[in-house]
Design a binder for this molecule. Structure first.
Ligand SMILES: [Fe+2]
Length: 377
């Protein structure tokens, strides 16, 4: 799977993600082959890039990885979060019922699709960052909540609270939210108000568990070492909802494109969160999280000590040591017979790096071969 800009799309390529209109109905479905008129329509919709299963038009069928969330659940939830922001902007409060339904659907998907690893968080609806981000964070948080044994009531509070966690951003000027580069002290202080504003909005809701729901918004930027905000809570002072959502929020922010940064590969996010930011997150929760999130998702092309390879399989608990099909040597010469290596059994072999989409395109062009075809059904 590769994310291609529109001018690189060719009829006959297979869509690896669905495209939804603003009310959550799908226009183009995942698995569909592109035609000239579909590509035109995508351009018309203002979409700039899209995931396809391979760069080869009319190539073989390549299995598309299944995610924890149904695409439709995701699209509808994004719409509900968008509606909630609009209602709060207009009326200062909102109807919690549709949002409750969206969080129930998320929990339902996670329960039914537990055999899938998280590996498609980047397939988001374009230009809806805050809303798509809230849904991804709700999905990741609910999954983590389920893994650490939260009750049904707690899970639904966590999911719903997470869909609302950034509502306080409504009061923060867009120029600050989207500012490329470093924020000055004043701007940073402004941003740091969003958990407080958000939790106040939620506490004013006319639902019996408003206080519980508001915890997620209030504590999602707290860190177990006390280096978070707004209350500088530490360790046990942070509610389990706050500890869970902190991990999910940072992971999703790192792996998505923002006006001021590119999307990091899951492996880079993993490295940042477990090394550079060690101490920020609850260690046990972090371990649980990354044993269920594909650090090298299926289809990722890797540079390894054994040469270049494509990830064929990832398993729970071994997400940093996938099964890789090695297809080229270190000098980029294609092997006559590609072979599989199970990195979980090859302690001495290491993964140097993940090829990003630009490097992968260059690579495909140079080799005249798309390694995705090795994943053929
Ligand atoms: Fe936030």
């Amino acid at each position: 799977m590769i994310n291609l800009p529109l001018n690189r799309l060719k009829p006959g390529m297979v869509m690896a993600q669905s495209v939804f209109n603003s009310s959550g109905a799908s226009y183009l479905s995942r698995g569909q082959r592109l035609t000239i008129s579909y590509i035109e329509k995508l351009r018309h919709m203002g979409i700039r890039d899209i995931h396809v299963s391979s760069t080869v038009p009319d190539g073989p069928d390549i299995p598309l990885p299944e995610d924890v969330l149904e695409e439709r659940t995701r699209a509808i939830a994004v719409k509900r979060v968008y509606d909630m922001f609009e209602q709060v902007r207009g009326e200062g409060t909102f109807d919690p019922v549709p949002l409750g339904k969206a969080s129930a659907a998320i929990i339902n998907d996670i329960t039914e699709r537990r055999n899938n690893l998280v590996q498609l968080t980047d397939l988001r609806v374009h230009d809806m960052y805050t809303f798509a981000h809230s849904v991804n964070v709700a999905m990741l948080s609910s999954l983590l909540g389920m893994l650490c044994g939260l009750s049904e009531r707690e899970l639904s509070e966590l999911a719903m609270g997470t869909l609302m966690h950034d509502i306080g951003k409504l009061d923060i000027p867009k120029e600050i939210l989207n500012k490329p580069g470093r924020l000055d002290d004043g701007e940073f202080r402004t941003i740091q108000r969003h958990p407080i504003i958000g939790s106040e909005i939620i506490r004013s809701m006319k639902v019996s568990n408003a206080e519980q729901l508001s915890i997620v918004a209030r504590q999602h930027h707290e860190r177990v070492d006390g280096k978070g905000y707004p209350d500088h809570r530490q360790g046990k002072q942070i509610h389990i909802y706050g500890k869970i959502v902190a991990l999910a929020d940072v992971y999703d922010a790192l792996t998505s494109v923002r006006p001021y940064k590119k999307a990091y590969a899951p492996s880079v996010a993993y490295h940042i969160m477990t090394n550079c930011s060690a101490g920020h997150f609850d260690e046990e929760l972090s371990r649980l999280f990354f044993s269920n999130v594909a650090i090298y998702p299926v289809g990722t092309v890797l540079d390894t000590t054994m040469g270049y390879g494509i990830v064929r399989k990832v398993e729970f608990g071994k997400t940093d040591r996938p099964v890789v099909c090695v297809f080229a040597d270190k000098d980029l010469r294609c092997l006559e017979k590609p072979f599989d290596v199970d990195f979980s059994e090859e302690a001495r072999e290491t993964i140097h790096k993940v090829l990003n989409d630009t490097e992968l395109l260059h690579f495909i062009h140079q080799m005249q071969f798309d390694p995705a075809s090795l994943l053929e059904e």
